[in-house]
Design a protein around this ligand. Structure first.
Ligand SMILES: Cc1cc2nc3c(=O)[nH]c(=O)nc-3n(C[C@H](O)[C@H](O)[C@H](O)COP(=O)(O)O)c2cc1C
Length: 253
């Protein structure tokens, strides 16, 4: 089992302690290989909004050489642990910069059916907002299950008490079992909407042969209701959303 840590902090303190504790608890479940990408160590300029990744493909990004190893690590993993301290009520700018560069992954979800954890620590506020943001991004990357660990530290330095340790142990156990057992989760309505909308967007590019269309076609998803089989009524809801999105886009031209 291979997990990537996408780390948005500078210090190896509170947030890192949470990540390290999760790693220890995961290793107590069985063998896990970790790799770590520290956002602040990447010499990544800001996204310059050229749209190349969306329309030509990610290898046309002017920063592709820096992003390639990051993307390869993510794609080659069974899941992502995304972690950031709260800076001004949100994740750090360095982590956001990576997420911005990977915006095309929302169109071409490279993490379909994979699992994730969103971790954030704060002194007082913003931890829930930050984890909820990371969770949504990981779902948009295709994940069907993302656990959250928002932690308010209050004191300057985090002490992992019994309750927090238990919570981390529970997340580790579930994550490990999900991946080891290849568990597939029934999508939430929100995730089903995401799938159906992006499927309709990909389908719209059929004539032109867009990168999104080719990506979805090659994975067989254009014929599916979700990344893995789902039953009634979600299959019907997904088809309806797909049809309405396609109709809306054609009407708009
Ligand atoms: C630049 C900066 C901005 C911060 N903004 C907030 C904030 O908006 N709300 C808050 O409660 N804590 C804020 N904090 C405190 C950190 O979120 C908190 O101490 C966190 O646990 C630090 O994590 P770390 O030890 O992994 O760096 C901020 C800290 C820094 C350095």
């Amino acid at each position: 089992m291979k997990l990537v840590i996408l780390y948005g902090g500078v210090r190896k303190k509170n947030t890192y302690k949470l990540v390290e504790t999760l790693k220890e608890e995961l290793l107590a479940c069985g063998p896990v290989e970790f790799s770590e990408i520290r956002a602040h160590d990447l010499p990544l300029p800001y996204c310059n909004s050229c749209y190349s990744c969306f329309f030509e493909g990610e290898s046309d990004c002017p920063h592709a050489e820096i992003l390639k190893p990051v993307l390869e690590e993510i794609i080659g993993s069974d899941g992502v642990i995304m972690a950031s301290p709260v800076y001004s009520l949100q994740i750090s700018a360095a982590l956001k910069n990576i997420i911005d560069h990977l915006s095309f992954v929302v169109h071409r979800p490279v993490m379909a059916n994979k699992k994730g954890v969103a971790i954030s620590s704060t002194a007082g506020a913003g931890h829930k907002k930050a984890t909820s943001y990371m969770k949504e991004i990981l779902h948009l990357w295709g994940m069907d299950k993302v656990y959250s660990l928002p932690v308010r530290v209050a004191a300057h330095e985090l002490e992992i008490g019994k309750g927090l340790q238990k919570k981390i142990k529970r997340i580790a156990g579930r994550l490990y079992d999900d991946i080891a057992g290849r568990k597939m989760y029934n999508p939430s309505l929100k995730n089903l909407f995401y799938f159906s909308i992006w499927k309709a967007v990909a389908e719209m590019g059929k004539e032109e042969g867009t990168v999104d269309y080719i990506y979805w076609r090659d994975r067989g998803w254009l014929k599916e209701d979700y990344f893995h089989p789902i039953g009634f009524p979600k299959n019907k809801i997904g088809r309806l959303v797909y049809k309405m999105t396609g109709f809306g886009m054609r009407k708009k031209g």
